[in-house]
Ligand binder design. Structure first.
Ligand code: SF4
Ligand code: SF4
Length: 370
């Protein structure tokens, strides 16, 4: 296992983190506790959870498992969302509830959870709201570090990093969407903040589509190993994996044990091969980002459309995603709708893949976002 500094914290965290959102709660609790202990034996020392994960059992299971380990052998992270109408006391109560469930005296990394647009960050930062509460909790020794988790594009993550309030940022980043958020990674590196990656396997898409993603495989890696190596060997501090079995822990730890960092040249080649092998697909390069007079999130829509071309999602499946959480949590968060496109063509002029963006947006408007 390799260990990396989390920003200015002085903590050395394992490059592979345990994402406790995939406990199999149909199993005996003992099996899940054993899984946590197996990860600790393999050198993993960062454990991430949240209220609500695994039918609200994750903090409880993780707490039982971690309480059997020496307290100075692990770092635990959890989260709470900034919500309108809450007050400082509510946020401190949430910290105390997590402490209780995690069977500890303090939480190492506490996240302002699930920022999907700048409004959410600003709400957390308002006087008397979550950030103030977390500063107080920190003073009381209930938490050690204040971080946030973000589902925003790289430019917005940069704004948060540069604001200098949080000590690290948890973000969804992987080999397929890296262009979309990489500016955020770079900003954290410049500002010396910790970086934790969630979703390194694109929510399971990479292992499920290895045949189509062979072009990602390098130096004997499978596409899954390549995707893990991409995050683990990058400036990202911790790459979270949602483990539900020991074999998954072994794969991630093997990558970390043989971690050969990707060079700038490797990164350029990966980017090029994404472009070449995904010639009718959006690579998320972001060159069209500032072009749209209607502020439509074009990379978000085009990556959404990628699902149809690359993974064969049906219109009904895509419709389900839109009606589910794509606009509130996914890549389309806070975007104006595709129907607002005025067909000015600015984005198509900028597109490095020469995609028929207007036609794709029209298709989404007429067949999917109905
Ligand atoms: S064609 Fe549509 S999506 Fe593209 S820049 Fe113009 S308004 Fe925006
Ligand atoms: S320029 Fe083209 S390939 Fe790049 S993000 Fe925009 S739509 Fe995708």
């Amino acid at each position: 296992m390799i260990y990396k500094n989390y920003g200015k914290s002085g903590d050395k965290l394992s490059a592979v983190g345990f994402g406790a959102m995939r406990f199999d709660i149909t199993k005996n609790e003992k099996d899940n506790i054993e899984l946590v202990h197996y990860a600790a034996q393999k050198g993993i020392n960062y454990f991430d959870t949240a209220p609500g994960y695994c039918s609200d059992q994750s903090e409880i299971i993780l707490g039982k498992a971690l309480s059997l380990l020496p307290r100075d052998s692990y770092y635990v992270s959890t989260k709470f969302m900034p919500t309108n109408g809450s007050c400082k006391k509510d946020f401190i109560d949430a910290v105390k509830k997590s402490i209780d469930r995690l069977k500890t005296d303090y939480i190492d990394y506490y996240h302002i959870w699930c920022l999907r647009k700048m409004d959410h960050y600003e709400l957390a930062m308002k006087e008397g709201m979550q950030y103030d509460a977390l500063l107080e909790a920190k003073e009381q020794g209930l938490i050690r570090h204040i971080a946030c988790s973000s589902h925003q594009p790289g430019g917005e993550i940069k704004q948060i990093a540069d604001d200098g309030k949080v000590e690290g940022i948890l973000m969804g980043i992987n080999i397929l969407n890296s262009h979309y958020r990489w500016r955020g990674v770079e900003a954290c590196v410049e500002d010396n903040l910790g970086i934790v990656a969630m979703n390194p396997l694109s929510g399971g898409i990479i292992p499920q589509n290895e045949d189509k993603l062979q072009f990602l495989a390098r130096g004997g890696d499978t596409p899954t190993q390549a995707a893990l190596r991409f995050c683990i060997s990058s400036p990202i501090t911790v790459t979270l994996n949602g483990f539900s079995e020991k074999a998954h822990i072994d794969i991630a730890c093997d990558v970390a044990d043989s971690s050969v960092p990707y060079t700038k040249k490797d990164m350029e080649e990966i980017s090029k091969s994404l472009g070449e092998n995904m010639n009718s697909l959006c690579t998320g390069c972001g060159y069209c980002l500032d072009e749209c007079p209607k502020n439509i999130n074009i990379p978000g829509y085009m990556q959404f459309y990628n699902r149809k071309l690359m993974w064969g999602d049906s219109d009904d499946q895509l419709k389900g995603r839109l009606q589910g959480n794509e606009y509130s949590w996914g890549t389309l968060v806070s975007s104006p709708r595709s129907s607002e496109c005025i067909e000015c063509g600015m984005c198509e002029n900028a597109c490095t893949q020469h995609l028929d963006i207007i036609e794709r947006l029209r298709y989404i408007t007429n067949n999917i976002d109905t």
